[in-house]
Write a protein that binds this ligand. Sequence first.
Ligand SMILES: C[S@@+](CC[C@H](N)C(=O)[O-])C[C@H]1O[C@@H](n2cnc3c(N)ncnc32)[C@H](O)[C@@H]1O
Ligand SMILES: [Zn+2]
Length: 436
Amino acid sequence: MADLPFPDAGKPNWANQTIWTGDNLDIMRGMNSESVDLIYLDPPFNSKHDYSAPIGSKAAGAAFKDTWGLDDVNLAWHGEIKHDNPGLYDLLNATRQVHGDSMMSYLIYMAIRITEMRRLLKLTGSIWLHCDPTASHYLKLLLDSVFGRKRFRNEIIWSYSGWNKRLKRHIERRHDVVLFYSKKEQMTFNYPTRPWASKDEYIKTRKQKVRIDDDGSEYVLSDGGSGQRVKRYLDDAMSYGIPLDDVWRIEKLNNSDTTERTGYPTQKPLALLRRIIAVGSNSGDTVLDPFCGCATACIAAQDLSRQWVGIDISPKAADLVQSRMQDELGLFYRGAHREDIPRRTDIGTVLKYNDAKNKRYLYGEQGGYCLGCEEHFPPRNLTIDHIIPRSRGGTDHISNLQLLCGACNSVKGDRPHEYLLACLTDKGFIKRRRAA
Ligand SMILES: C[S@@+](CC[C@H](N)C(=O)[O-])C[C@H]1O[C@@H](n2cnc3c(N)ncnc32)[C@H](O)[C@@H]1O
Ligand SMILES: [Zn+2]
């Protein structure tokens, strides 16, 4: 358990089985640190597609954008990353050189979210990022930068079958990639296996001879360590299943599937999610899917007796989780559908944010300068401001407070600090470099 100074540290500030509608960045910012065991995310891929669900399907009405340009992303995040993680900043600039603005925008969007996800993970937690070969190599660099390259566990290849055409310029692509990283060296990990298909498969693979006991039961002689041969009953030997490798053959949902298919674009098979959740968590643990789509990860988590929470920008997710719980698991959904930004409860009791003590402290910290225009002011001309607004998951904690002059405060309004910095840079107002 986390060794954090506040009583709610490591405890979730939401109920099990919650679906949120909204931008996952704002919502995750309001979630307590170290409160989740496993995060699975299947974000938009930068695939230059805009998806929409077919009319008449359960998911009709759902649509999401998967194309990116510099306008799509608040470019100011770039500045924020430069300040917080210079290595990541250099990496993003390098991708711009190699792959252009669109990939960089996409990666900025992902970088700020992945950084937040790391904070949410328990020390024994892991993250599973589902992507395809268009961006997997860039996302892996990003994860190396946020989680550390030593926390890389696997690049899982999810392969599926289909009719391969004789393409002119490349071979048919038939796999997705799931990047698996842990937060720390020690983590929750259950080695994946599958049942032996038959006795024959076991005997052939293990090259073992089946013998018959006096009472007619079958057994094999297996290596008991230090060269000793020990007798193991066949049923027992087979019960551990066959250990898997990192290439997972699981069929994609096809259009004629009636049990699972919701019509949601990019819906993933439950079998894939079940396997991921079984490897990276135990019964009772908490799973978060911040891009939950038609809630496949939530359904799989429920099925495996995990707690879960899902976020999607499309309100369709909330409807679908309800109908899928009923149709696929035969359960009545009692969870919560939320649209608000949660308030963190793991940062202790904080002073009222506009408390005079806070102001004195910040004035000293900032040396009397406005953190927007960087001009010097007497205390009466500076006011307390939330760096990340409360409406976007920002807290009242001192670490989220700063002093701004009246002019900067009114430009910023209810927007993140990067917005103000971008406006000021744009107009050539920022002269002095902000102290790190
Ligand atoms: C590839 S789909 C996920 C599909 C999902 N794994 C499933 O099996 O249904 C990506 C999802 O991310 C959602 N999304 C895109 N941007 C988002 C954001 N900023 N916050 C939350 N959800 C977002 C989209 O609405 C879409 O449902
Ligand atoms: Zn100012």
